[in-house]
Write a protein that binds this ligand. Structure first.
Ligand SMILES: Cc1ncc(C[n+]2csc(CCOP(=O)(O)OP(=O)(O)O)c2C)c(N)n1
Length: 292
């Protein structure tokens, strides 16, 4: 069977939506991830797919404030993908939010592309707040942003950062956690993509990071545990963060239980899909399963 990859041209607004509408967007993002990784012949499928619902709510339900046509507007909220290897889901989200043309998703990881395997500031790709990929660094950059908004600009914009759970094995992450409450960064929302998978095994077996709630609480966070594929859970947790931002001095940590590869049956909950692209047959099957 021949396989011709085309990207649908749709872009989506950033305003409150029904769960049915959000689900359509999440499926579009997943389809983009599968297509762009197939064309790239390399990249990280599993974690990119499992962040689809969270990215959908962040960018397409009126939560993050941004202007994709004037994206450096100083009053924008900040989003940092500390798990930089999950760039495909970030690129798809930004394209569907109108930061750049959807067609460009077909250039992922090609020579000279703005869509590098890990986000790079040097590419000048609209919507990229920081380079990322060296695990554990992005969360500290996000903390710098939160400190600068709170203490220099004295503004209340949001700073959202997603780390992986394997990423929590980096020691620098816990220095970042300590700094978050020390500096009373209630404007910081740290989302942990808790799929219990990492590059070569289950996180609980490679280096046990649990119990997570207790650890983050000990570091002074308000911790919210959710199903990271449930739109109502995600919306509820983000609302609690908004309340924390206004009413407390506490940073927020959302531990999102997710399943690596979610949405594509043969990838689901399999750490082997951490860093592989689908081949032709797998792409056909995945696209059939995700059919919009
Ligand atoms: C400092 C550093 N060490 C190692 C790597 C290589 N690496 C990339 S992703 C990854 C596993 C990360 O696991 P997790 O955060 O759980 O991401 P997921 O498997 O869910 O995508 C590793 C070891 C890296 N990018 N940076």
């Amino acid at each position: 069977m021949s396989l011709v990859i085309k990207f649908t041209p749709d872009t989506f607004t950033n305003s409150p939506k029904t769960n049915h509408e959000l689900s359509h967007i999440a499926r579009t993002l997943r389809t983009d991830v599968v297509k762009s990784l197939y064309l790239a012949k390399s990249g990280h499928s599993g974690g990119s797919l499992d962040l689809s619902e969270i990215m959908t709510v962040l960018y397409f339900n009126g939560f993050l404030k941004y202007n994709s046509k004037n994206w450096k507007d100083k009053s924008r909220d900040r989003f940092v993908l500390s798990a930089g290897h999950l760039a495909p889901i970030l690129y798809s989200t930004l394209a569907r939010a109108g930061f750049f043309e959807v067609e460009e998703l077909g250039t992922l990881r090609k020579l000279g592309t703005r869509l590098q395997g890990h986000p790079g500031l040097d590419t000048n790709l609209p919507g990229i707040e920081t380079s990322a990929g060296s695990l554990g660094q992005g969360i500290s950059i996000a903390i710098g942003m939160a400190m600068s908004h709170k203490y220099l600009d004295k503004t209340s914009q949001k700073v959202i950062c997603i780390t992986g759970d394997g990423e929590l094995e980096e020691g620098t992450v816990w220095e970042a956690a300590m700094a978050s409450s020390n500096f009373k960064l209630s404007n910081l929302c740290w989302i942990v993509d808790n799929n219990d998978c990492q590059i070569d095994g289950r996180v609980s077996e490679v280096m046990n990071i649990y119990p997570l709630r207790e650890k983050f609480e000990a570091f002074g966070f308000d911790v919210i545990e959710i199903d990271g594929h449930n739109f109502d859970d995600i919306k509820m947790a983000l609302s609690k963060y908004e309340a924390n931002l206004k009413n407390t001095d506490k940073p927020t940590c959302i531990i999102a239980k997710t399943y690596m590869g979610k949405g594509v049956s043969f990838m689901e909950n399999k750490y082997e899909w951490h860093g592989n692209p689908p081949n032709k047959d797998q792409t056909i099957q995945a696209l059939n399963e995700l059919e919009l």
